[in-house]
Design a protein around this ligand. Structure first.
Ligand code: GLV
Ligand code: MN
Ligand code: MN
Length: 431
């Protein structure tokens, strides 16, 4: 089957597949720890429930399924001895999440398998490709529970760090204990790791989580790279004193210094091309109405297209913080809690994704949009062992990590077609 013939053969099948993706996103949204919002974190009962559902949907496609040693749900179809093209995304969520971040990518991958599989006698189903296909529903991309993102995909990439075992959730439950309570053996996490020679590459479809495609009136884009990121926990120290009795010339108000710092993040980052900085957590101590804040703790999430640019911005920010705190008689310190280098999508996989998009919209003359992802993705971890490629779907208004997150069934249909075509195109290249 050629790419073009798949498109012509299956318009109704693709529309049905898109409707199934939308319905299953709703079904998975109901698997939540909270009745009023969507919340599904690593190693929770909800994680186990969505893995069971995903496994059922994988088996319905003739896939062999297993839950790996880090709680990722995997399905495989095709020659058991061949390397696999891995497709997937994640099923965990942030708090008060939307329905599509990660989830749509897993379900789109399953529909791609459905479109490509053919009956193969006694063996059940196969795919007309020189490699097997695996679909992985990664167990922890967001890092919501333990504060460390990409736990599931890091295990698959073989980059698990034993220092993570003592990370604790908000209730003080360690990652090690959560593994045991989920029925996983911490001593066997290494068994989730895959070797580079087992994989042909990793392809992921994901909503954009930003407004570029919506603004451009385009349904799909090729992703060129995934942002480089650093996260810090900052502390500003001043002096807690009486709110009434302390004149202004004696105040060392940590909240005012930290507020200036948050504004400096906006000023410095917005003056740069492709750099974004966010202060997402901000807490004043002792936190009483009649006490000048003596300490503020806040977070900084810094992202950019290139590592060097991101680091230069952090250095500029640090100089600004020295000035601000010096002027106000405050002290500050920062602890780096996360650092991830930019991951560049492989040129071959960018080409097949572009080819997939062009086949989906055969009338377009110009090349499809190419954008870099400011959001993090499982591909950041997978890049250690495989070529990575990504396809973005338009995300109306760019709202994500929020219950209003959206994608249209029409764009999901385009995404399914484009990813199926990209897989077929990859099949025409050497493994
Ligand atoms: C994950 O979605 C992130 O980009 O923080
Ligand atoms: Mn995601
Ligand atoms: Mn996310």
């Amino acid at each position: 089957m050629t790419a073009a013939s798949l498109l012509r053969a299956a318009p109704d099948a693709v529309a049905t597949a898109a409707r199934r993706v939308m319905a299953r996103c709703e079904e998975l949204a109901r698997v939540s720890a909270d009745t009023a919002s969507i919340e599904r974190v690593y190693l929770s009962p909800e994680h186990a429930r969505v893995n069971r559902l995903a496994a059922e949907w994988m088996r319905e496609l003739g896939m062999r399924t297993w839950q790996d040693a880090a709680g990722n749900q995997v399905g495989r179809i095709g020659d058991p001895a061949a390397p696999a093209l891995m497709l997937g995304s994640h099923l965990d969520t942030v708090l008060d999440a939307g329905r599509y971040d990660g989830i749509a990518g897993v379900l789109i991958a399953l529909e791609v398998v459905r479109l490509l599989r053919v009956p193969s006698g006694d063996d059940g189903w196969t795919v007309p490709l020189p490699f097997a296909i695996e679909v992985v529903a990664f167990s922890d991309e967001e890092g919501t529970r333990f504060g460390k993102a990409l736990l599931g995909s890091s295990a698959v990439a073989g980059t698990w760090n034993d220092a993570w075992w003592d990370l604790a959730d908000a209730d003080g439950v360690s990652l090690r204990r959560a593994f045991l309570e989920f029925g996983l053996d911490p001593g066997r996490v290494g068994e989730a790791a895959r070797r580079p020679d087992e994989l042909v590459g990793y392809l992921e479809a994901h909503i954009e989580q930003g407004p570029e495609l919506d603004r451009a009136g385009e349904p799909l884009a090729v992703v060129s790279s995934i942002a480089s990121a650093r996260r810090f926990q900052l502390v500003v120290e001043g002096e807690a004193r009486h709110a009434g009795g302390t004149p202004y010339d004696m105040r060392r108000d940590a909240l005012l210094g930290a507020s200036e710092a948050a504004l400096a993040v906006e000023r410095i980052c917005s003056a740069e091309h492709h750099i974004v900085g966010t202060v997402g957590r901000f807490e004043a101590f002792p936190g009483a109405v009649n006490v000048i804040p003596g300490e503020v703790q806040f977070s900084l999430d810094l992202r950019g297209e290139f590592d060097g640019e991101r680091d230069r911005v952090w250095d500029a920010l640090a100089r600004d913080l020295d000035d601000i705190m010096g002027r106000r008689g405050l002290r500050w310190r920062a602890r780096e809690v996360h650092s991830a280098a930019a991951v560049f999508c492989a040129p071959l996989l960018q080409d097949v994704v572009a080819g997939g998009i062009r086949a989906t919209l055969p009338t377009r003359s110009e090349a499809p949009p190419v954008i870099f992802s400011r959001a993090g993705h499982d591909g950041m971890a997978l890049g250690a062992i495989a070529d990575v490629g990504m396809l973005f779907l338009r995300n109306p208004d760019g709202v994500s990590h929020h219950p209003d997150e959206a994608v249209s069934a029409g764009d999901v249909a385009h995404g399914i077609r484009a990813l199926a075509e990209a897989v077929l195109l990859r099949g025409t290249e050497p493994a």
